[in-house]
Design a protein around this ligand. Structure first.
Ligand SMILES: [Zn+2]
Length: 400
């Protein structure tokens, strides 16, 4: 039996993106094809539970009850260190646990600016944002958080962003005149919580690395009272407990996941957005730290998936999306330095993937056709019952 079924979407593949606007189409398709072939070997050997071969669709909760968790996968990793045979040992949880239960898109093309804040904002708006990646600015187009809250009349507590860097503090709501202030997501910055809880002291520096790409960009947010309020009244954590737990954590993303799990238990938002960033330590040039980051992100995704399945507010009615904001440079381009950066704009840094699992999602499906980063927001809209009317992308039919 073939473990994977290819979704039959020839018509969609031809209509989704015009061939004129498809850069390096053949290379992008080859990357996609290779990913499928890599997985065919890995997953058929790894699967032990026959039920995971099923292509059946999971039960979908009514949209009013449905919850969605979006995870950006750590600042992008290359196939050599992930899906390719030599990289698969770095992502055992994705390969053995998550992918067999998921619909996997092997060709997610990002045509926007390859900076983490602006690319993540583009995922959230469905528009390739052009804001300065290193300025404290909100997205220009409405975010999924604003559409969701306005269309479904949801309170602010129902949508949260957990973000790794102070530079993401404006991502919750746009500057769009029809949306914006008062309609966005609550944003929680775990490092700011830790700084506030420790008054900047203590041995927590390894958890406070803020931006690997531009180390001098670390806006100071001075509002400890607000952070301490989040800690105590939202997360229901005492300063003491938070500090002592943080002492056993090894990275900023572990700190983020700790906050995410606490948020799920205490607030149970219906639209939860988690941005991981450990992998981006690759900018330091240390290959071993980059690999550590991939392995840790793989494990944290599995931990989050397990929490989704075990927390009563989430079990059975939650759809999980995992996708990198973009990739990293290939080894071939003379203008780059391989894994270290994402500055060449080559096809490897633009052709990424997306894994979707949980409520309403078919299992064991691989979709090769190209989708775009901007298709995420319209897809969330179709799933959750809101209309992202300014988004450029299109809903992804294989998920609906
Ligand atoms: Zn980066």
């Amino acid at each position: 039996m073939t473990p994977y079924l290819s979704a039959d979407n020839a018509a969609i593949a031809e209509s989704g993106i015009s061939s004129q606007s498809r850069p390096n189409r053949s290379t992008s398709q080859r990357i996609s094809w290779n990913r499928r072939e890599f997985l065919r070997t890995a997953v058929s050997a790894a699967l032990v539970t026959p039920a995971l071969h099923s292509s059946s669709r999971r039960t979908s909760a009514p949209s009013s009850k449905r919850k969605t968790v979006v995870v950006t996968f750590g600042g992008g990793a290359r196939d050599q260190e992930t899906f390719a045979p030599e990289g698969q040992e770095n992502i055992p949880h994705l390969i053995r646990e998550l992918i067999p239960q998921a619909t996997l898109f092997t060709q997610v093309v990002n045509r926007g600016i390859l900076g983490h804040y602006v690319a993540t904002a583009s995922l959230a708006t469905g528009v390739y944002e052009t804001i300065n990646n290193f300025a404290s600015l909100p997205p220009q187009s409405p975010t999924v958080f604003e559409y969701y809250r306005r269309d479904l009349k949801r309170p602010p507590s129902d949508t949260w962003v957990v973000a790794p860097s102070n530079g993401f503090n404006r991502i919750g709501e746009s500057s769009h005149r029809s949306y914006g202030p008062g309609l966005g997501a609550r944003v929680i910055l775990p490092k700011q919580l830790l700084k506030a809880a420790t008054s900047g002291g203590g041995d927590y520096q390894h958890l406070l690395n803020d931006n690997y790409e531009a180390p001098f960009f670390a806006p100071q947010l001075k509002n400890n009272e607000f952070e301490l309020h989040q800690l105590e009244t939202v997360l229901k954590l005492s300063i003491h407990d938070f500090k002592s737990h943080a002492q056993v954590l090894s990275s900023p993303d572990e700190l983020s996941l700790y906050v995410v799990l606490q948020l799920m238990r205490q607030v149970a938002p219906s639209l939860l957005w988690v941005t991981m960033h450990d992998i981006d330590i690759a900018h330091s040039g240390a290959y071993s730290l980059y690999i550590d980051g991939i392995q840790r992100t793989d494990r944290l995704c599995s931990d989050l998936w397990k929490a989704i399945q075990s927390e009563p507010e989430y079990a059975g009615k939650t759809t999980l999306f995992i996708l990198p904001d973009f990739g990293r440079d290939g080894d071939e381009d003379a203008g780059g330095n391989g894994f270290q950066h994402h500055r060449t704009g080559d096809v490897f840094s633009r052709t990424t993937w997306m894994l979707v699992a949980g409520a309403g999602i078919r299992e064991g499906i691989v979709v090769d056709r190209a989708v775009e980063s901007t298709d995420l927001a319209p897809t969330l809209g179709s799933m959750m019952g809101f209309s992202p009317s300014f988004a450029q992308g299109a809903p992804i039919n294989e998920l609906l």
